[in-house]
Design a binder for this molecule. Structure first.
Ligand code: IMP
Ligand code: MG
Length: 182
């Protein structure tokens, strides 16, 4: 059971699409000489973002996925990162772009990039649609960031709260309605 809540729109579908066009332009420029870019999505939160992003990347790419343990049904990070599903393909000597929905404490993306770096890719970079810098617990910054947001719990555009609201076309902030009013 989750607490009752409403969702306040934070970033519209249109704003997301416009920002992805800009990010894709930067990535295309950075990887224009790459023979193949392996785009690695972190399951499950990045599935909508990666789908929109790769369709803006006019480059030779491969898509792969990795899944790591997440928050479960809570809104607080467990801080322990375990690999639940590894990549299908090899990344040694390849160009790799890791695609994440949100960087919050930074533990997840730092762990995943360190893991992939140990497999000796040619180049490794990361992109996060959202960044909550005020929540950072480890020193990590994605190479490409869609939007910086305040310390709010968000849903939509692939991102869930207890597995719900992934199908919202926009990003919204969760506002609990059972909190004491002032
Ligand atoms: P980190 O390891 O704390 O950086 O957590 C990153 C992961 O936590 C993201 O991949 C999300 O799955 C999840 N997360 C962080 N903030 C939110 C949020 O506001 N809504 C939903 N999931 C979140
Ligand atoms: Mg996630």
């Amino acid at each position: 059971m989750t607490r009752p809540y409403v969702i306040d729109e934070l970033i519209s579908a249109k704003a997301i699409a416009a920002r992805i066009e800009e990010l894709a332009r930067e990535i295309r420029r950075a990887y224009k000489d790459s023979d193949k870019l392996i785009v690695v999505g972190l399951l499950r939160g990045s599935f909508v973002f990666i789908a929109d992003l790769v369709r803006e990347l006019d480059l030779p790419i491969e898509v792969d996925f990795i899944e790591v343990s997440s928050y479960g049904d809570a809104t607080e990070s467990s801080r322990e990162v375990r690999i639940l599903k590894d990549l299908r393909g090899e990344v040694q000597g390849r160009d790799v772009l890791v695609v994440e929905d949100i960087v919050d404490t930074g533990h997840t993306l730092r762990h995943v990039t360190n893991l992939l770096l140990s497999r000796e890719p040619a180049r490794l970079s990361s992109i996060a649609l959202l960044d909550k810098p005020s929540r950072r617990e480890v020193d990590f910054k994605a190479d490409y960031i869609g939007f910086e947001i305040p310390d709010e719990f968000v849903v939509g555009y692939g991102i869930d709260y207890a597995q719900r609201n992934r199908n919202l076309p926009y990003i919204g902030a969760v506002r609990f309605t059972d909190e004491a009013r002032t």
